[in-house]
Write a protein that binds this ligand. Structure first.
Ligand SMILES: [Fe+2]
Ligand SMILES: [Fe+2]
Length: 151
C-alpha cells in the first residue's frame, strides 16, 4: 500500500515538473519573439537595399504573429501572463546581424519542435508547428541574403 502511494506520488511530481518546464520553455519563446521583433526592426534599418529591407520586415511580421501565438498559448495553459524579458544586443552592422540571425533562426527550429511535441491541445500545437516551419524559412531567407551580400 505504502509503496503504491509513494510510486504514484513520484509520477505525479514528474508530471508537474514536465508542465513547469513546458511553461518555462513557452515563456522563453515569448521573450525570444519579443527580442526578435526589436532585433529585426534594427536590422531592417541597416539593410543596404529595399529588397533586403522588405524581406526582413516580412520576417518581423511573422515574429509579431509568433509572439501573439506563444503569449496566448502560455495564457491558455497556465491561466497567467508570461514574464517578458528583453535581453539582446542589437546588431551594429548588417552583415553581423544577418549571420547572427541565421544562427538564431536555425537554433529555434528544434526548440519549437520540442515544445510542439509536448503540447496536447491540437490548435496550440499546430500553431507552434507552423512557427517552427516559419523559422526554418526565415533561416533560408537570411542564408539567401548572406549569399547575395558582399562588401
Ligand atoms: Fe518567430
Ligand atoms: Fe524567425
Amino acid at each position: 500500500m505504502y509503496e503504491f502511494y509513494s510510486r504514484h506520488e513520484e509520477y505525479w511530481e514528474d508530471d508537474t515538473r514536465l508542465d513547469e518546464q513546458l511553461l518555462r520553455d513557452i515563456n522563453k519563446a515569448v521573450s525570444d519573439e519579443f527580442s526578435a521583433i526589436h532585433y529585426y526592426t534594427r536590422l531592417a534599418e541597416l539593410a543596404p537595399n529595399n529588397q533586403f529591407q522588405q524581406a526582413i520586415l516580412g520576417i518581423r511580421q511573422d515574429e509579431i504573429k509568433h509572439f501573439d501565438w506563444f503569449s496566448k498559448a502560455y495564457y491558455d495553459l497556465s491561466g497567467s501572463y508570461p514574464q517578458i524579458s528583453l535581453n539582446i544586443k542589437l546588431p551594429n552592422t548588417f552583415q553581423e546581424g544577418v549571420s547572427e540571425s541565421i544562427k538564431d533562426e536555425v537554433e529555434t527550429v528544434p526548440f519549437y519542435q520540442s515544445i510542439a511535441r509536448r503540447i496536447t491541445n491540437a490548435r496550440i500545437q499546430s500553431r507552434i508547428v507552423r512557427a517552427a516551419s516559419d523559422e526554418q524559412r526565415h533561416g533560408q531567407i537570411f542564408q539567401t541574403i548572406q549569399s547575395r551580400f558582399s562588401y
